[in-house]
Each structure stands twice: as C-alpha cells, then as structure tokens.
Design a protein around this ligand. Structure first.
Ligand SMILES: [Zn+2]
Length: 518
C-alpha cells in the first residue's frame, strides 16, 4: 500500500492473476522498475551538479519543480515582452527571475530551454524515486551501490566486460548512447541487447602535441586521451569515443560498456566494438609486442563472448562486408591505424591460443632509422614531408602513409655504383618457420630490379634464398623474401640488399621484418 500511494506503481501490477507478491520480491521488482525509469529519464540528459539537491523530501521537491517550471518560463517570456516594449529594463527582469529561481537553482545559474530544464528535473525525480525505493529494498541494490558521478548519470558498471581489460573508467555519458535511447539517431531504433559482430581497430591520433610548440612531439600519452574522454566532447557534434583503450605497455582500459554504443566510426557503430591503441600512427614504435598481444587477446575474448568468427580484412578476406576485424581506414574516412600497424602479425596472434609458447607468433623488425651510420656510399634520406610537419616529422594528427619509410629515415644509393651492400642480421633461437620481409618507401626513380639475398646459418649447413624486387612499386608494406625453417639449435640470419642490378635507378634499404609464422 505504501508503495502504491507514494510511488504510483503497484508492486504486482503486471500480473494480476498471481495475487500479491511476497514483500521482499515486490520491493525488488519496484526497485528494478524504478532503476529502469531512472535510466530512461536520464538518458541523453546533461545534468549539472550545481542543481540544488538538499531538499528534505527530494521526490516531493522535484514534483513541485516540474509543476512550477512551465510557470517560470511563462514569466520569463512575459518579462522579455515587457523589455521589448520598453516597459521594464533587462536588469529588473533578470532580478525578478533570479528571485523566482532561488529555491531551485544556485546563484548565477544560466537557465536552459524549457525542454532542457524539464528533462533535468524529470531525471532528478526519477533518480530520487529509485533511491528512495533502493533504501528500503532488502538484499537488493544498496542505496548507493556505486558512487554516482553526477545527478543524472547512470551508475557505471564496476568491472570491465572482458577479463582481459584492466579497468573500467566511465566515458562521459554524452560520448555513448544506450540502445533504445530516445533522441539518438544511432540508438533510438536499436534494440537491447544490441548484436555485436565486428571489432574496429583504431589508433588514438591527437591534434595536440605532447611537447608544446612541437607538432611531432611524440608520444601523446594515452592517459591524456582517457582523461579527455571522461569529459563532454568539446565539439558536441563529434562525441568521439571507443569501448577499449590499449596502451603501449598492454594495459587495457574500458570506457564504455559493450552493451552501449561508442562513437568511433560513422555509420558502423551499432554492431561494432571500437578499440583504440596508443598513441599515434605517425611512428612504428607505439605498436609494441605487449600492445599487439593484449589487444589480440581482448579481440579473441570479445569474439568468443559474442560468438562471431574472426575474419581479418586484408588477410582472411578483401571484402570489407565479410570481415569482422578491420581498421578504421577500411570503413571510415580516417587513416588509422595506418600502414605501420602489422595486420599479418595481428592476424597470427588472433589465431594463437594465447598460452602455448611453441606456437606464439613472434616478430622482430630491424630498421635503418635505428642505425647510427649507414654503410659506405649510402645516403641517409628523410621520409616524405607531411603538411604541418618538418623534415621526417609527421604531426600527431596524421598517420604515416604507404609512401613513408619505416620510421624517420631510409638509405638510398645508385644501382651498380661502387660501395658496400646494406646488410641486416638477426638471431633466431627458437625452432620454427620464420618469414623474412622487406619494406621500402615510395621514391621516384627507384630501381625495378633490386637484388636481395638471404642466408640462414644453421646446424647441417646454410640455407640460402635470392629474390628480385621492383622497388618502384609495392612501397609501404611488407614484401616477402623467403620463409626459413629453423632447427631446435637455432640459426643466424643475414639479409643483404645488393648494389648490383640489371636495371638502373635508386636502390632502397629501409626495414626488415622477421615473423615467426609456425
Ligand atoms: Zn579511428
């Protein structure tokens, strides 16, 4: 009886044939319903902390506010009329409004539209009703199960959806939508629970330099991006967000529940989970082994829980509609994660069971950008300049392109000129199959027949392979030289980029990748 009269919802209203519910059940049912009402009333409502909330009976208080608000706005409009007609000054009208508002709003409060203020009051009323009920519901949600982060905010889940993630830090509510949320173009027609069947890989490009005055001041810490996502977007039309953020060290922070929609790819948010990675895509080094491995473990877990197959775009299929793991650049207008993201390695990690050391994919990259001096008669060249950058520097707001070298620099020489070959060496200490590949940038006049030889010194005699590459094409990706089988006793590999060629042009030496594929 108490429930019916004070809250207006009969505890057994949905099932009249069943008769009165036991008291405990009725209380819990009412609690759940009121929490749903609260979630609905506050969805999409920006509620300000500054509203007065110290009323002794908040339910009665907000009911009165809702009845009073239309009168307040009528008064406001009448005042504006009087000002227009020159019968009152603006100051007089403002003073009068302040006086009317003093019991509800704090001093200096900028009144929104009538609709906005009503929505705020209704959200606050729904919250007050739920809290009053929760306070008297036995063994249910306690009065304040999680610290509420604002009058209108729905409590954040206390734990991430995936056991692979390290923490849940709630994104600002304007940065996500809830399936069924009225007024949201993305969520209004979406039914809960939403179906999830794809993940989208991003890198958190940032327009703000890490070092003031230096647009290429690498890195932009992911922590700074996570902090920003807890605030409302500076441009309300661009509420960008993702479900997960993977840092260089492999730490994963979830910011939006998978049940809700994040705003990460226009037109593809309803059925996807968005994963951002540290920190910018203008250099290869943020893509660490830990980042790749932990990100792949997360994606394996998401696919397992939502029961979809992992089909990697560019590896398992070239059809974007058939892929379930794809980059933002494939389906959106952004360049991330960019060519430095190693899809082949990532796809191998997605196929790995995550535990067996013998089958763990491994990757090793040697790049001339790390070398102190080039071999004799090779020139050090900077990668192509990008608007807003200087020299080899690409601003943090841009990804590298397939024209770019792997890192800041590459080496260049003229075919058949006198000098030494460029040589890369690598130790392979674990049994398995290792693929050796080459990367070069786009350089006009590059040699169409660059000769490369690879040798693996191992027990039982060396293995050798020769290959010829057209370096005027296939830039900005890994070009396979050979796959070696390394015995249990390991091996020592050498890759040589030769100056001698059947063609004229520039010979390019940039980066070598060794990928353990089996
Ligand atoms: Zn993106």
């Amino acid at each position: 009886m108490y429930l019916s009269s004070s809250i207006g919802i009969p505890p057994n209203g949905t099932n009249p044939r069943r008769g009165p519910l036991p008291w405990r059940e009725a209380m819990q049912l009412a609690d759940r319903r009121l929490f749903d009402d609260y979630s609905r009333a506050c969805a999409g409502v920006t509620v300000l902390e500054v509203l007065r909330r110290d009323a002794t009976d908040p339910i009665a208080f907000w009911e009165r506010v809702i009845r009073w608000l239309p009168r307040l706005f009528e008064l406001k409009r009448a005042g504006e009329r009087l000002v227009r007609e020159g019968r009152r000054s603006q100051a007089e009208i403002d003073e009068n409004l302040r006086w009317q508002m003093r019991h509800v709003y704090p001093p200096g409060y900028a009144l929104g539209t009538e609709q906005e203020e009503l929505a705020r009051a209704q959200c606050a009323l729904a919250k007050a009703r739920w809290r009053a009920q929760a306070a008297r519901t036995p063994q249910s949600a306690p009065v304040n199960p999680f610290p509420l982060q604002g009058l209108g905010q729905v409590p954040a889940p206390p734990a991430p959806d995936s056991p692979v993630a390290n923490a849940f830090v709630a994104a600002h509510m304007a940065r996500r939508c809830v399936p069924g949320q009225a007024g949201s173009s993305t969520c209004a027609t979406l039914v809960a629970p939403r179906a999830i069947g794809r993940v989208v890989i991003h890198t958190a490009t940032s327009s703000s330099p890490a070092v003031p005055g230096n647009p290429c001041g690498n890195p932009v810490p992911l922590a700074r991006i996570i902090a920003a996502v807890q605030n409302p977007p500076s441009d309300p039309s661009k509420p960008s967000s993702a479900h997960y953020y993977v840092d260089r060290d492999g730490t994963i922070t979830q910011m939006i529940s998978e049940a809700n929609v994040a705003f990460h790819v226009i037109g593809h948010n309803r059925d996807t989970v968005g994963i951002e990675h540290a920190d910018v895509c203008n250099q290869p080094d943020p893509y660490t082994t830990q980042l790749y491995e932990r990100s792949a473990a997360l994606v394996r877990d998401i696919a397992r829980r939502h029961a979809f197959r992992l089909v990697v775009f560019g590896i398992d299929t070239n059809d974007a509609n058939a892929a379930t793991v794809l980059g933002h650049s494939t389906i959106g207008h952004h360049g991330d994660p960019g060519p430095y993201w190693d899809w082949e390695y990532y796809a191998a990690l997605l196929r790995w069971d995550g535990v067996t050391p013998a089958t763990r994919p491994q990757r090793f990259v040697s790049m001339v950008s790390q070398a102190v001096t080039p071999p004799t008669d090779w020139q050090v060249r900077s990668r192509t300049q990008v608007a807003g950058g200087t020299g080899a520097c690409i601003p943090n707001s841009h990804c590298a392109s397939t024209s770019h070298s792997y890192g800041d620099n590459y080496w260049k020489t003229t075919a058949n000129s006198a000098g030494t070959d460029a040589e890369f060496s690598f130790n392979l200490n674990r049994q398995g199959q290792y693929k050796v590949s080459l990367w070069w940038p786009k350089v006009s006049g590059a040699c169409r027949a660059t000769e490369v030889s690879a040798v693996l010194q191992k027990a039982g005699g060396p293995a050798m392979a020769n290959a010829v590459f057209d370096q005027s094409r296939n830039n900005g990706k890994w070009n396979d030289v050979h796959t070696f089988t390394v015995p249990q006793t390991g091996g020592q590999g050498t890759l040589r980029i030769k100056r001698a060629s059947l063609q004229a042009g520039h010979i390019l030496a940039d980066a070598v990748r060794v990928l353990k594929v089996a």
